[in-house]
Design a protein around this ligand. Sequence first.
Ligand code: GLU
Length: 441
Amino acid sequence: MTRLQAKHPGESEYLQAVQEVLESVEEIYNQHPEFEKAKIVERMVEPDRIFTFRVTWVDDAGQVQTNLAYRVQFNSAIGPYKGGLRFHKAVNPSMLKFLGFEQTFKNALTTLPMGGAKGGSDFDPVGKSDAEIMRFCQAFMLELWRCIGPDQDIPAGDVGVGAREIGYLNGMYTKLARQYNTGVLTGKGMNWGGSILRPEATGYGALYFLQNMLKRESKEVQGHKIAVSGFGNVAWGACKKAVELGAKVVAISGPDGVCQIPGGIDSEMIDYMLEMRASNRNRVEDMAERFPEKAHFVAGKKAWSVPCDIALPCAFQNELDAEDAAELKANGCWCCCEVSNMGCQPDAIKFFQHNGVLFAPGKAVNAGGVATSGLEMTQNANHLSWSAQEVDSKLHFIMHSIHESCVKYGTQPDGSIDYVKGANIAGFMKVATAMLEQGVI
Ligand code: GLU
């Protein structure tokens, strides 16, 4: 780790992600001298390559704007590079390296043949018009298109990149490549190669994983109070499925504060989340303004301040710290299912684990999104169009398998499950074995 720190100075998020995995796999790694001999860990913690490029575009005021953009192709031992694109002002190489590293393990857990990648830009969508979003996406694809392809690298959405952005990106790709290729991006529109249920899949998959966790404890989702952070695509899908399963979502939060919803979120409010995201205002207060009789806004507070049974972080990395974890526990929370990538800080995870709060990490919980991207790729390659029931039953199966892998590798002597360890070891074993079998490359 010390050598890695020296090689990646200041890349704290990346080092945090690597540290967690190394801690989890240490024991099993030491039982496999062939991994050590092939220097699997030393190779696995470095991305295969990183493309960096400038994106220049013109805003609505006629001003020339320049952003930085990247594609981190992390690991392709088990399949072509696969992972989302993030547009957010805080994007930098360290963030995309941690996300690409996590993606490699997550994709390995899905049971599908996908390697790991991540990309994006420090472009800030907040306050941008639709026309500005389109011009930025087009300028971004002008560079990215040479690095991607259906058997090479298949990007998708992530924070700040949803169906609209994928549309603009795909339009420009088609123009540049002079061929219509459905397999180059996932998260496409339903009329042009997209998979039914892809928009819902991350949130739905998270709730299916939660169901599996609770089943082991002889509990169910129904009747419990849930606090959710965020109001983007992932939070939207999670709220939809939580309500369908009979839970009560009592809080959603944003960068400006939290909306308390004592009666629980309803379908009208869930639909409105999509408008909030598309508006690029990035304010959760809009929900309370639109539904004053149902939601109450508190500025500067997180969702974790609202009493609940289950916490679902669905927004951004490190969004839940040790203090939040203690407040949740004190208010009666007994389960935290991390939906955002690395949503909980290491101290918060330790607090949950040491205080009897069930915890599962993002790379297991949110894998339903990329898994359904994999299902979209299969449909595209075989000219199929599966029904919602078909996709949903495959998603159920995949989330169940991921849960089983966590149980296989994470069962502790006292019978409890360390989901962090289980997910990391399961992902590691698959990628490490594939690397070993393919030689030193
Ligand atoms: N960005 C999502 C993730 O973190 C989805 C990636 C994809 O569908 O390729 O897994």
